[in-house]
Design a protein around this ligand. Structure first.
Ligand code: AMP
Length: 282
């Protein structure tokens, strides 16, 4: 596996593959890799000749008071895992390589209709940071394919929209959520949970699964289902940001006519914010 620390190193590796007629799949991450990330690498491998993974803890997607300094950084371990997976290129730039002037560069990429809903309500600048860094990484790596996790459903949705609206020549593929044995979606943030919080954490997926079961049985009183689920989670010890039943096609609030749905939730245990979602066809 090659490792690039600069944009030009990354560009020249990709250029040589493209000149040889090879296709390139890209998996952007913030590192501290777990099985969920490695699943994305497997999906990428199925779709292209070469796989590029980036590790970059992007400052612009962390809001005020969100602790970027304590985000887990495990580059050596991550690099070993990616090499074992047969990744062709690890792109691991420093902050000054990506934002040479300062971390609040003048140009931003935003999908306004979607940045202020769901997680965006609680993290108002987060998705602008995400779409801007992904646009930059697409321009640096120039992949044919990019793989993102369905675990971050709103993020995946926003990136698909950005790619469509701005005509990026990139095919976006969503990969299913990888879970711990008790159902908790794998996340780099799970390591921040205290023992007792870790036990409680599995209630998030359990509650969403119960909602999905009830929806499938034909209950379409979506608002009271959301309220009940929030109460259940609060009683279990979570501070709930939202539990919301949305339409898959545009992420707007679902009404009783809608049948292709996604239940999304964000809730905090102590300092740790967890998100999860389940799609349901009724
Ligand atoms: P992150 O490093 O948290 O920014 O995530 C990098 C990519 O991995 C994103 O596309 C995430 O959606 C994806 N991802 C994170 N956790 C999981 C998981 N448990 N299963 C599948 N994909 C995941």
């Amino acid at each position: 596996m090659q490792t690039a620390r600069t944009k030009s190193q990354s560009r020249s590796a990709v250029k040589s593959w493209k000149q040889a007629g090879e296709s390139v799949a890209f998996v952007p991450t913030m590192g501290n890799l777990h099985e969920g990330h490695l699943e994305l690498v497997d999906v990428a491998r199925q779709h292209a000749d070469r796989v590029v993974v980036s590790i970059f803890v992007n400052p612009t997607q962390f809001g005020e008071g969100e602790d970027i300094d304590n985000y887990p950084r495990t580059l050596d371990d991550d690099s070993t895992k990616l090499a074992e997976k047969g990744v062709d290129l690890l792109f691991a730039p420093g902050v000054s390589e990506i934002y040479p002037d300062d971390s609040s560069q003048a140009t931003r990429v935003e999908v306004p209709k979607l940045t202020g809903i769901l997680c965006g309500k609680f993290r108002p600048t987060h998705f602008i940071g995400v779409t801007t860094i992904v646009a930059k990484l697409f321009n640096i790596v120039q992949p044919d394919i990019a793989v993102f996790g369905e675990k971050d459903f709103q993020q995946l949705f926003l990136i698909r929209k950005m790619v469509q609206d701005l005509d990026f020549p990139v095919k976006v593929i969503g990969a299913s959520t990888i879970r711990e044995t008790d159902g908790l979606a794998m996340s780099s943030r799970n390591g921040c949970l205290k023992d007792v919080e870790r036990k409680t954490a599995s209630h998030l997926y359990k509650t969403l699964s119960e909602m999905a079961f009830i929806l499938k049985k034909g209950d379409n009183d979506f608002r009271s289902l959301e309220e009940n689920a929030s109460k259940i989670l609060e009683n279990a010890g979570f501070t709930v940001d939202y539990v919301s039943i949305r339409r898959v096609r545009d992420l707007q609030t679902a009404t009783s006519n809608d049948t292709v749905l996604v239940i999304l939730a964000a809730a905090r245990l102590g300092e740790t914010r967890l998100i999860d979602n389940i799609t349901v066809d009724i």
